[in-house]
Write a protein that binds this ligand. Structure first.
Ligand SMILES: Nc1ncnc2c1ncn2[C@@H]1O[C@H](COP(=O)(O)OP(=O)(O)OP(=O)(O)O)[C@@H](O)[C@H]1O
Ligand SMILES: O=C(CO)[C@H](O)[C@H](O)COP(=O)(O)O
Length: 289
C-alpha cells in the first residue's frame, strides 16, 4: 500500500477492455476534480517492436518456450515496481508511451512500435492511475502488486477476450486474424502464469459474460454488444460494500454470491462509477489526512 500518494491500477489481458474501462475512471477523476498521472502498461514492455521480434525468434530457437508480452522476459516488472514505490512515497516517477500504430506515432514523429522518451510525471497529481497488463504483477524478482492501493481486474470470459483482441488488432493495429491467433497461442504459458494470477490479488473484478454464442472466437467477426452481455462483479471485501444501495441503483442487478453482484452489460459503466467513486474518494482522503 502507498497511502501517501495513492496508486490505482486497472489490470487485464490484451483485448480485455482495460482501455475502454479507463473512460469510466476518467469520468470519476473529472467529476471529483482529481488529477491522475496516467501510466500505460505497454510502456513497460522491455523491447520495441523490432527488438521484440528478434527476442521472440531467439527464444524459440531449439524449440524452447517463446517469450511473450505477458511474461517477465518481455517486460520491465522491476521498473514498474520501482515506479509504484517511488510514486507512493514521493508522488514522482518517470513515464513514457508505446506507440502502437501510425495514428499514435505521428504526433511524436516516430515509427509505430517504438517508445517515446522517458519523461518526469508532472508534479502535483492526486494519484497514479495504471492501465494495462500488469497492474498486479508478481514474478521471482519483482512485486508491483504490493504497492497498489486499489487493484481492479477487467476480465471478460476468455472467448470474449479473444474476440475483442482479434477484432481490435485486425481493425486498429493492422494484423491479420491468423497473426493474432498465433500471438494468442504463443502467449498461453505466460497468460496462465502471469496474467490470471493477478485476478486473485485484485480488490474487485469485472467479468463480462456474453449471452450470445461465442464458442468459436476465431471465426467471430463482431464483438457481442454490452446489451448482449452481463457483468459479474466480485469483491474481495464484501463486508465494506453497500450491496443494497447497488441493487437499488442498478436496475435488474442481482446477487449471485455473498461477494458477487451481477449487472446487465449496458450498466457496466454506471456500475464501475457507482462502486469505485467512494473507494477512490476514501483513498484520496486518507492520503491527504
Ligand atoms: N465492454 C465492451 N463492450 C464492447 N466492446 C468492448 C468492450 N470492452 C472492450 N471492447 C472492445 O474490445 C476491443 C479491445 O478493448 P481495449 O482496447 O479496451 O482492450 P485493452 O484491454 O486495452 O487491450 P490492450 O491492453 O491490448 O491495449 C476494442 O475494440 C474495444 O472497443
Ligand atoms: O496489446 C498488447 C499488449 O497489451 C500488444 O500486444 C503489445 O503492446 C505489443 O504490441 P505490438 O505487437 O503491436 O507491437
Amino acid at each position: 500500500m502507498s497511502q501517501k500518494h495513492p496508486v490505482i491500477a486497472v489490470t487485464g489481458s490484451s483485448g480485455a477492455g482495460t482501455s475502454t474501462v479507463k473512460t469510466s475512471f476518467e469520468h470519476i477523476f473529472r467529476r471529483e476534480k482529481l488529477t491522475a498521472a496516467v501510466i500505460e502498461g505497454d510502456s513497460f514492455h522491455r523491447y520495441d517492436r523490432e527488438a521484440m521480434k528478434q527476442a521472440v525468434a531467439e527464444s524459440e530457437k531449439n524449440g524452447n518456450r517463446p517469450i511473450s508480452h505477458f511474461g517477465p522476459e518481455a517486460n520491465e516488472f522491476e521498473k514498474l515496481e520501482a515506479l509504484f514505490k517511488e510514486y507512493g512515497e514521493k508522488g514522482t516517477g518517470q513515464k513514457r508511451l508505446y506507440l502502437h500504430n501510425e495514428e499514435e506515432a505521428a504526433p511524436w514523429n516516430q515509427k509505430p512500435g517504438t517508445f517515446t522518451p522517458w519523461s518526469q510525471i508532472p508534479a502535483g497529481s492526486d494519484l497514479l492511475f495504471y492501465e494495462g497488463l500488469h497492474g498486479g504483477a508478481k514474478s521471482d524478482t519483482a512485486d508491483a502488486a504490493k504497492y497498489v492501493d486499489l487493484l481492479v481486474g477487467v476480465v471478460p470470459i476468455v472467448n470474449l477476450e479473444w474476440i475483442q483482441k482479434i477484432y481490435r488488432d485486425t481493425s486498429a493495429r493492422g494484423y491479420s486474424a491468423e497473426a493474432v491467433t498465433h500471438t494468442i497461442l504463443r502467449r498461453m504459458h505466460d497468460y496462465v502464469h502471469y496474467i490470471t494470477p493477478q485476478f486473485s490479488r485484485t480488490h474487485i473484478n469485472f467479468q463480462r459474460v456474453p449471452t450470445v454464442d461465442t464458442s468459436n472466437p476465431f471465426i467471430a467477426r463482431e464483438i457481442p454488444t454490452l446489451d448482449e452481455s452481463m457483468v459479474v462483479i466480485r469483491f474481495r471485501h464484501p463486508e465494506t460494500t453497500d450491496f443494497p444501495f447497488l441493487l437499488r441503483m442498478i436496475h435488474d442487478s442481482f446477487m449471485s454470491r455473498p461477494n458477487t453482484i451481477v449487472v446487465p452489460g449496458g450498466k457496466m459503466g454506471m456500475a464501475i462509477e457507482l462502486i469505485l467513486t467512494p473507494l477512490i474518494l476514501d483513498i484520496v482522503a486518507k492520503s491527504r489526512a
